[in-house]
Ligand binder design. Sequence first.
Ligand code: FNR
Length: 199
Amino acid sequence: MAHRIGYLVGSLSSDSINRVLSKALVRLAPDGLELTEIPIRDLPLYNRDDEGDLAAPIVAFKQAVEQSDGLLFVSPEYNRSIPAPLKNAIDWGSRPWGQNSFARKPTGIIGASIGSIGTAVMQSSMRGVLSFLDAPQLNAPEAYITFDPEVYGDDGAVHDSSTEEFLRHYMEEYAAFVERVLSSALPGHVGDSDPDVMH
Ligand code: FNR
């Protein structure tokens, strides 16, 4: 059975290199994955005052995360950290307390940068956030992409065979990881594992 994977693009830019990367990943994903974008653009800025009556885009976002079998984050690095729109989406998805939408979701993190370390610091920050949210992560392979515009077509084509093979391998490893996590999942409560740390 195919697994439904929601992917989040951490950039709102119309010419985002990470959106281009996401198209390549969709093309190269193995047959067992169905990838659908979970948009983050329309989410308001997180405000605890608004938790009592969640706006429609927040409800839709949380439902999309919860209905996904796994999540893939495709994001730039901003100032050596997680871009604000993506962190904002994660903060909404983690709330209200006790309704953490990310719990137990198998996740992958990948990102493209124009810089030479290819979003490594953002990814390191993401790992801390996702650990706190009880979301298992693909540890290896890591994927730090220094974006070369010559290599990627806007439609997701990859014009370099070693890059194509690297990305295909990443998606195969991610698919195997999702399968491992889902097949070992025990029935029971999905939510916040330790109430003391979520207040
Ligand atoms: C950047 N960029 C960047 N690159 C990087 O490798 N490390 C960083 O810390 C930053 N910081 C940063 C902050 C801000 C506010 C911007 C706008 C950009 C450059 C970044 O890699 C480049 O703009 C990418 O094109 C961003 O990805 P998208 O938006 O094209 O997907």
